[in-house]
Design a protein around this ligand. Structure first.
Ligand code: HEM
Length: 216
């Protein structure tokens, strides 16, 4: 676990996930995922709830940091060649964790129901139109009967526009669906580290004198 080797990045990422879970549950006490209340709840948190601003910003900053540390952790794994045998499977588990981390970030973006989140999710879900086979404008989509009213974008938003259903769906994915799946993948990730013989590292160095004694 030497920091010089791991940069502590996997551990810090996990720690941030715990902080996010804790502050996220506290935020849920003050937030309603409805068009009338969502943005008002954010203003209430920012200006009236004791330590509300601190709570919201702890959640926001931890979220930004988790995305950064996940990338840095992946970068370290590449630099130390730790994705190689026998750790290929754990690398793949890691790729799923990276996608889940980004999806957590993306679904959280819409929740304040402000202009920033609204347009980010508008642009993001518009890309889903171009999904092969499942998007109404993607390759083979129209041939398979996809329209703006039954394709993958429609499923993500719960409608054809970013509105109340999209807010509710984001909320459920953000607070229940993705954290649950991510927790399961993290448990598998940690179990695999042990199964693969612990964290990788340089082969143990043996002195010439020691080699002679083993030869005898
Ligand atoms: C939620 C995201 C993640 C968490 C919480 C997490 C956590 C950890 C932890 C605590 C370790 C132990 C060593 C260390 O601290 O560096 C580790 C190792 C490892 N992680 Fe992750 N990780 C995540 C994402 C990823 C990603 C995105 C990849 C690559 C695509 C990845 C691939 C690996 C591999 C291959 C190892 C074994 C490294 C070695 O033996 O040196 N992980 N992870």
């Amino acid at each position: 676990m030497r920091y010089g080797f791991t940069w502590g990045m996997g551990g810090i990422t996990f720690y941030l996930f715990i902080v996010l879970t804790f502050t996220g549950v506290l935020l849920m006490f003050y937030y309603h995922p409805t068009k009338v209340q969502a943005f008002r709840d954010i203003l209430y948190l920012e200006h009236d709830v004791p330590f509300g601003k601190l709570l919201r910003n702890m959640h926001r900053w931890a979220a930004h940091l988790m995305v950064i540390t996940t990338w840095l952790h992946m970068f370290r794994v590449v630099l130390t060649g730790s994705y190689k045998r026998p750790r290929e499977f754990n690398w793949c588990v890691g790729v799923v964790l990276l996608v889940l981390t980004l999806l957590l970030s993306f679904t959280g973006y819409l929740l304040p129901d402000d202009q920033l989140g609204f347009w980010a999710v508008t642009v993001g879900t518009n890309m889903a139109r171009a999904t092969p086979m499942f998007g109404s404008e993607g390759p083979f989509g129209p041939q398979l009967g996809m329209t703006p009213y039954n394709d993958v974008r429609f499923g993500l938003l719960g409608g054809s526009i970013v509105d109340a259903n999209a807010l509710l769906r984001s909320y459920i994915w953000h607070c229940i669906g993705i954290p649950l799946v991510a927790s399961i993948f993290m448990a598998v990730h940690f179990w695999r580290i042990r199964k693969d013989g612990g964290i990788s590292g340089p082969a143990p160095v043996m002195l010439e004198a020691e080699m002679k004694t083993t030869k005898k």
